[in-house]
Design a protein around this ligand. Structure first.
Ligand code: ZN
Length: 209
Protein backbone atom coordinates (compact mmCIF):
# COMPACT_ATOMS: atom_id res chain seq x y z
CA UNK A 1 0.00 0.00 0.00
CA UNK A 2 1.20 3.44 -0.90
CA UNK A 3 2.41 5.33 2.13
CA UNK A 4 0.29 8.42 1.52
CA UNK A 5 0.50 9.24 5.20
CA UNK A 6 4.14 10.20 4.76
CA UNK A 7 2.78 13.41 3.28
CA UNK A 8 1.47 14.29 6.75
CA UNK A 9 4.83 13.75 8.44
CA UNK A 10 6.54 15.82 5.75
CA UNK A 11 3.88 18.49 6.06
CA UNK A 12 4.37 18.64 9.80
CA UNK A 13 8.12 19.10 9.39
CA UNK A 14 7.62 21.94 6.92
CA UNK A 15 4.97 23.59 9.13
CA UNK A 16 7.01 23.37 12.32
CA UNK A 17 10.10 24.74 10.53
CA UNK A 18 8.05 27.66 9.23
CA UNK A 19 6.60 28.44 12.66
CA UNK A 20 10.02 28.29 14.30
CA UNK A 21 11.41 30.43 11.49
CA UNK A 22 8.91 33.19 12.20
CA UNK A 23 9.16 32.89 15.97
CA UNK A 24 11.94 30.73 17.44
CA UNK A 25 10.07 30.71 20.79
CA UNK A 26 6.70 29.61 19.26
CA UNK A 27 6.74 26.00 20.46
CA UNK A 28 8.55 26.73 23.71
CA UNK A 29 5.86 29.28 24.62
CA UNK A 30 3.03 26.90 23.69
CA UNK A 31 4.58 24.07 25.67
CA UNK A 32 4.34 26.16 28.83
CA UNK A 33 0.54 26.21 28.84
CA UNK A 34 -2.66 27.25 27.13
CA UNK A 35 -5.19 29.97 27.81
CA UNK A 36 -7.58 29.93 24.85
CA UNK A 37 -10.42 32.45 24.89
CA UNK A 38 -12.74 30.26 22.82
CA UNK A 39 -14.34 26.84 22.96
CA UNK A 40 -15.37 25.62 19.51
CA UNK A 41 -18.00 22.95 18.99
CA UNK A 42 -17.98 21.98 15.36
CA UNK A 43 -18.67 19.15 12.96
CA UNK A 44 -16.10 16.38 12.37
CA UNK A 45 -16.36 17.10 8.62
CA UNK A 46 -12.82 17.34 7.19
CA UNK A 47 -13.72 20.58 5.42
CA UNK A 48 -14.39 22.57 8.59
CA UNK A 49 -11.10 22.80 10.51
CA UNK A 50 -11.60 25.31 13.34
CA UNK A 51 -8.20 27.00 13.36
CA UNK A 52 -7.78 27.13 9.61
CA UNK A 53 -11.13 28.72 8.79
CA UNK A 54 -10.82 31.28 11.59
CA UNK A 55 -7.22 32.19 10.79
CA UNK A 56 -6.13 31.36 14.34
CA UNK A 57 -3.01 29.77 15.72
CA UNK A 58 -2.31 26.82 17.98
CA UNK A 59 -3.32 27.74 21.52
CA UNK A 60 -6.18 30.04 20.57
CA UNK A 61 -9.18 27.69 20.38
CA UNK A 62 -10.14 24.70 22.52
CA UNK A 63 -11.92 22.33 20.16
CA UNK A 64 -14.59 19.66 20.36
CA UNK A 65 -15.90 18.12 17.16
CA UNK A 66 -18.46 15.42 16.50
CA UNK A 67 -20.91 14.46 13.78
CA UNK A 68 -23.17 17.50 13.20
CA UNK A 69 -21.84 19.56 16.15
CA UNK A 70 -24.26 18.21 18.73
CA UNK A 71 -24.47 19.10 22.41
CA UNK A 72 -25.81 16.00 24.15
CA UNK A 73 -26.20 16.13 27.91
CA UNK A 74 -25.23 12.49 28.46
CA UNK A 75 -22.09 12.71 26.31
CA UNK A 76 -19.27 12.40 28.87
CA UNK A 77 -16.65 13.27 26.29
CA UNK A 78 -18.37 16.54 25.48
CA UNK A 79 -19.20 17.34 29.13
CA UNK A 80 -15.56 16.80 30.11
CA UNK A 81 -14.40 19.18 27.39
CA UNK A 82 -17.01 21.73 28.48
CA UNK A 83 -16.20 21.52 32.17
CA UNK A 84 -12.45 21.76 31.65
CA UNK A 85 -12.65 24.65 29.22
CA UNK A 86 -15.17 26.63 31.28
CA UNK A 87 -13.96 25.94 34.81
CA UNK A 88 -10.21 25.57 34.35
CA UNK A 89 -9.33 27.43 31.14
CA UNK A 90 -12.11 29.96 31.72
CA UNK A 91 -12.96 30.47 28.06
CA UNK A 92 -15.02 33.60 27.44
CA UNK A 93 -16.92 32.48 24.35
CA UNK A 94 -18.38 29.15 23.30
CA UNK A 95 -19.14 28.84 19.62
CA UNK A 96 -21.34 26.19 18.06
CA UNK A 97 -20.51 26.21 14.36
CA UNK A 98 -22.60 24.14 11.97
CA UNK A 99 -21.98 24.04 8.24
CA UNK A 100 -24.13 24.01 5.14
CA UNK A 101 -24.17 20.68 3.32
CA UNK A 102 -23.71 18.77 6.60
CA UNK A 103 -23.99 15.03 5.89
CA UNK A 104 -25.28 14.35 9.39
CA UNK A 105 -28.13 16.82 8.97
CA UNK A 106 -28.88 15.54 5.46
CA UNK A 107 -29.14 11.94 6.69
CA UNK A 108 -31.26 12.94 9.69
CA UNK A 109 -33.77 14.51 7.29
CA UNK A 110 -34.41 11.20 5.57
CA UNK A 111 -36.03 7.94 6.69
CA UNK A 112 -32.85 6.02 5.86
CA UNK A 113 -31.70 3.50 8.44
CA UNK A 114 -28.02 4.36 8.88
CA UNK A 115 -27.42 1.91 11.72
CA UNK A 116 -25.94 2.93 15.06
CA UNK A 117 -25.53 6.55 14.03
CA UNK A 118 -29.35 6.82 13.93
CA UNK A 119 -29.21 7.15 17.71
CA UNK A 120 -26.89 10.13 17.45
CA UNK A 121 -28.73 11.77 14.54
CA UNK A 122 -32.04 11.42 16.40
CA UNK A 123 -31.06 14.63 18.18
CA UNK A 124 -31.32 16.42 14.82
CA UNK A 125 -34.64 14.75 14.12
CA UNK A 126 -35.84 16.30 17.39
CA UNK A 127 -34.86 19.73 16.04
CA UNK A 128 -36.70 18.93 12.81
CA UNK A 129 -39.75 17.84 14.77
CA UNK A 130 -39.73 21.07 16.80
CA UNK A 131 -39.63 23.26 13.66
CA UNK A 132 -41.49 20.97 11.26
CA UNK A 133 -44.15 23.52 10.22
CA UNK A 134 -41.48 26.13 9.46
CA UNK A 135 -39.29 23.62 7.62
CA UNK A 136 -42.08 22.05 5.60
CA UNK A 137 -42.92 25.49 4.21
CA UNK A 138 -39.60 25.42 2.35
CA UNK A 139 -40.03 23.55 -0.93
CA UNK A 140 -36.43 23.63 -2.14
CA UNK A 141 -34.68 20.61 -0.57
CA UNK A 142 -31.26 22.25 -0.38
CA UNK A 143 -32.69 25.37 1.19
CA UNK A 144 -34.61 23.24 3.67
CA UNK A 145 -31.46 21.33 4.67
CA UNK A 146 -29.55 24.59 5.07
CA UNK A 147 -32.28 25.98 7.27
CA UNK A 148 -32.16 22.87 9.47
CA UNK A 149 -28.37 23.28 9.68
CA UNK A 150 -28.95 26.79 11.06
CA UNK A 151 -31.72 25.71 13.44
CA UNK A 152 -29.54 22.83 14.65
CA UNK A 153 -26.64 25.18 15.50
CA UNK A 154 -29.04 27.45 17.38
CA UNK A 155 -30.64 24.57 19.30
CA UNK A 156 -27.21 23.19 20.26
CA UNK A 157 -26.23 26.65 21.56
CA UNK A 158 -29.36 26.57 23.76
CA UNK A 159 -28.47 23.04 24.85
CA UNK A 160 -25.15 24.44 26.03
CA UNK A 161 -26.92 27.16 27.98
CA UNK A 162 -29.10 24.52 29.65
CA UNK A 163 -26.09 22.70 31.12
CA UNK A 164 -25.29 23.11 34.82
CA UNK A 165 -21.69 23.91 33.80
CA UNK A 166 -22.58 27.01 31.77
CA UNK A 167 -25.17 28.15 34.30
CA UNK A 168 -22.71 27.78 37.20
CA UNK A 169 -20.21 29.90 35.27
CA UNK A 170 -22.84 32.62 34.80
CA UNK A 171 -23.21 32.88 38.60
CA UNK A 172 -19.60 34.05 38.74
CA UNK A 173 -18.66 35.68 35.47
CA UNK A 174 -19.48 36.54 31.87
CA UNK A 175 -19.69 33.74 29.30
CA UNK A 176 -21.19 34.11 25.85
CA UNK A 177 -22.61 31.26 23.75
CA UNK A 178 -22.80 31.84 19.98
CA UNK A 179 -24.42 30.02 17.06
CA UNK A 180 -22.64 30.25 13.71
CA UNK A 181 -22.75 28.48 10.39
CA UNK A 182 -19.96 27.97 7.87
CA UNK A 183 -20.42 27.90 4.11
CA UNK A 184 -18.42 25.18 2.39
CA UNK A 185 -18.85 26.87 -0.99
CA UNK A 186 -17.94 30.38 0.20
CA UNK A 187 -15.46 29.80 3.01
CA UNK A 188 -17.39 32.34 5.05
CA UNK A 189 -18.82 32.10 8.54
CA UNK A 190 -22.26 33.56 9.12
CA UNK A 191 -23.38 34.64 12.58
CA UNK A 192 -26.92 33.47 13.21
CA UNK A 193 -27.90 36.38 15.43
CA UNK A 194 -27.98 34.23 18.56
CA UNK A 195 -25.75 35.12 21.49
CA UNK A 196 -26.81 33.70 24.84
CA UNK A 197 -25.32 35.66 27.72
CA UNK A 198 -27.17 34.48 30.82
CA UNK A 199 -30.03 32.43 32.26
CA UNK A 200 -32.45 35.23 31.36
CA UNK A 201 -32.13 34.07 27.75
CA UNK A 202 -33.61 30.68 28.67
CA UNK A 203 -37.19 29.71 29.44
CA UNK A 204 -37.69 29.71 33.22
CA UNK A 205 -37.96 25.92 33.53
CA UNK A 206 -34.30 25.50 32.47
CA UNK A 207 -32.89 28.04 34.92
CA UNK A 208 -31.00 26.78 37.98
CA UNK A 209 -31.18 29.25 40.84
ZN1 ZN B 1 -21.25 18.11 9.15
Amino acid sequence: MEKTYNRLIEGNKKWSDEKSGIDPEFFKTLSQGQSPEFLWIGCSDSRVPANEITGTNSGEIFVHRNVANLVVHTDMNFLSVLQYSVEVLKVKHIIVCGHYGCGGVQTAMTNNDAGLVNNWLRNIKDVYDKYQIELDNITDEKEKTNHLVELNAIEQAYNLARTSIVQNAWKQRELHVHAWVYGLSTGRIKELGVTITGPQDLPNIYQYK
